[in-house]
Design a protein around this ligand. Structure first.
Ligand code: IMP
Ligand code: MG
Length: 178
């Protein structure tokens, strides 16, 4: 285990089981409609890579980069588009892939923006959900795991751009923040 990690919240095995289960569900739900998977950079890249391998339907991928955190552990509530989609999503069945849903500020802004582009359908899959932190009126249809209100890193999730490369998800030791 990495020296800065206090405890593991989701092991590599658990992550793979969740991807397999969500993939099976999405395969069923999108059997008859080509799917556009939109990864929200950068945190969702690992989850997206593992999840789409488990979705056995016609799909394409795209990415969007927004910023709401500015390096700390508290959301500022402001969302800025850094990179927009490469193609039109008009009349498409769209699935947003996120690493974690917390206050919901980020996903609320993204869903409003994508809805305005006249999609046929729009759903969200998130690996992690911190329901106790929610401020915006938004829920994900597909959730990997609900976790308590604690800051986590690894498997794409960062603290000041570090720890994204850990293959598991865990909490940080208190001394890391000081
Ligand atoms: P929200 O807008 O508050 O829902 O925040 C969503 C974004 O904040 C996620 O996409 C993450 O990038 C970041 N975030 C929220 N909680 C955590 C955490 O525990 N660790 C790392 N990043 C987090
Ligand atoms: Mg993110």
């Amino acid at each position: 285990m990495h020296k800065d990690i206090k405890n593991i919240v989701m092991s590599e095995e658990e992550i793979q089981t969740i991807c397999k289960d969500l993939g099976e569900q999405l395969t069923k739900d999108y059997q008859d409609k080509p799917l556009v998977c939109i990864g929200i950079l950068k945190g969702s890249v690992m989850f997206m890579a593992d999840l789409i391998k488990r979705i056995d339907t016609h799909l394409s991928i795209d990415f969007m980069d927004v910023s709401s955190y500015h390096g700390g552990t508290e959301s500022t509530g402001e969302v800025q588009i850094i990179k927009d989609l490469g193609s039109s999503i008009e009349n498409k069945d769209v699935l947003i892939i996120e690493d974690i849903l917390e206050t919901g500020t980020t996903l609320k802004s993204i869903t409003e923006l994508l809805q305005s582009r006249k999609v046929n359908s729009l759903e969200i899959v998130t690996l992690l959900d911190k329901p106790n932190r929610r401020k915006a009126n938004i829920e994900a249809k597909y959730v990997g795991k609900k976790i308590p209100d604690e800051f986590v890193v690894g498997y794409g999730l960062d603290y000041g751009e570090h720890y994204r490369n850990l293959p598991y998800i865990g909490t940080l030791k208190p001394e890391v923040y000081s």
